[in-house]
Ligand binder design. Structure first.
Ligand SMILES: NC(=O)c1ccc[n+]([C@@H]2O[C@H](COP(=O)([O-])OP(=O)(O)OC[C@H]3O[C@@H](n4cnc5c(N)ncnc54)[C@H](OP(=O)(O)O)[C@@H]3O)[C@@H](O)[C@H]2O)c1
Length: 337
């Protein structure tokens, strides 16, 4: 049986959920892929733990100071990196160094954070191409809502003409609460923060940047575009007033924060902003923390997917879906390991 050694860099809510789900699925990996999948290292910003024979759940409870960084992951002997650190699209975040190091060494890499992909996507694609490493990123591209896989598998061969996505759960929750319960932005935000699904500093979500990152990643990694953040117009929901919501409601319209891509003369035009939908449109009925994507192609017409997974399990599962795609590809072509 072939052994696959996995390391996780970034060990917060999502990293921990990914580790636990991976350990709980070891029997599945043996049965389905004939693969002995071992978690050999995890680390946060300052501490970590490694065991080449495979970590067990109880070893994940106490991380040791000083064990962190790309060199720590390198030394663990991992074949596959799962990166789950903070997202910072302005700098690439700490994930950038881990991802660069793994791809340069030819290590297959599953990325959950968005920062490095939005900041240095072209360089990372080139590194992966150069070393032959697989680079998978479902967790960074709306996670439980299939986006990259939808265009890369289900719609393969078709030309994508346009994409519309409700890609950020927090803003959808806020707009939904404002529209259906008539509460103001500040009240809805406080409620979301108390429920743990809006950050203390919510601007990355409310100003549209999280949606923009996901859109950029889908465009560049899924559709072969070469956009950067300066190519996008980005507007958020922070200045939507109760009066405006009421005006839309009186016209039978429901506002959503939407990332959109349109193919114009072979190139993509992209932006993030409010769009309004009549009640009969499926997008008007995407409630609470759900997400959705609508893709129009030349040959398959319109496809809509709706995602409603609970976090952080849903994002962990999206990353491990990527792992299974890597196992499938590597087992079909096993000489790489
Ligand atoms: N939460 C969700 O539902 C969700 C959904 C989709 C995608 N994501 C993405 O998933 C990523 C993780 O989210 P989260 O909710 O798990 O965040 P989190 O709880 O804040 O965890 C972030 C982790 O990254 C670690 N970290 C920071 N700098 C590091 C470094 N230099 N080296 C190694 N680790 C470092 C932190 O370490 P310390 O513990 O030492 O500070 C922490 O363990 C984010 O990029 C987020 O955008 C999250």
């Amino acid at each position: 049986m072939k052994t696959y050694k996995i390391a996780i860099a970034g060990f917060g809510g999502v990293g921990r959920a990914t580790a636990s789900l991976l350990l709980s699925r070891r029997m599945r990996y043996r049965d389905v892929y004939g693969a002995d999948v071992r978690l050999v290292a995890v680390c946060g910003s300052r501490s970590g733990v490694a065991d080449v024979d495979g970590l067990e759940e109880e070893q994940l409870l106490t991380l040791e100071d000083g064990f962190s960084g790309p060199a720590f992951i390198e030394a663990s002997g991992a074949d596959i990196l799962i990166e789950a650190g903070p997202s910072d699209f302005r700098t690439g975040g700490p994930g950038l160094a881990y991802i660069r190091s793994a791809l340069s060494a030819g290590r297959d890499t599953i990325v959950i954070s968005k920062g490095a992909l939005a900041h240095s996507g072209r360089q990372l694609r080139e590194l992966a191409r150069g070393s032959g490493a697989m680079l998978k990123l479902s967790g960074a591209a709306a996670a439980a809502l299939p986006t990259i896989d939808l265009v890369g598998h289900s719609l393969k061969g078709c030309e994508v003409l346009s994409v519309e996505g409700i890609l950020n759960a927090t803003t959808n929750y806020l707009l939904d609460a404002m529209t259906t319960r008539g509460i103001g932005f500040d009240t809805a935000l406080r409620e979301a923060q108390q429920g743990g699904f809006a950050e203390a500093d919510p601007r990355n979500d409310t100003e549209g940047w999280d949606t923009a990152c996901k859109l950029l990643i889908l465009a560049n990694f899924g559709l072969g575009a070469d956009l950067d953040m300066n190519d996008l117009t980005v507007e958020g929901i922070q200045s939507i007033t109760g009066d405006r919501i009421e005006a839309w409601r009186s016209e039978g319209l429901v506002p959503k924060l939407v990332g959109s891509l349109t193919r114009v003369n072979g190139a993509f035009r992209a932006g993030v902003g409010i769009r309004t939908y009549p009640l009969a449109d499926p997008f008007a009925n995407i409630r609470g923390k759900d997400k959705a994507i609508r893709i129009v192609t030349d040959a398959m017409g319109e496809t809509i997917a709706i995602g409603s997974g609970k976090e952080p399990l849903a994002t962990a599962a999206a990353a491990l879906k990527d792992l299974e795609h890597i196992l499938t590809a590597r087992i079909a072509n096993p000489f790489r390991y």
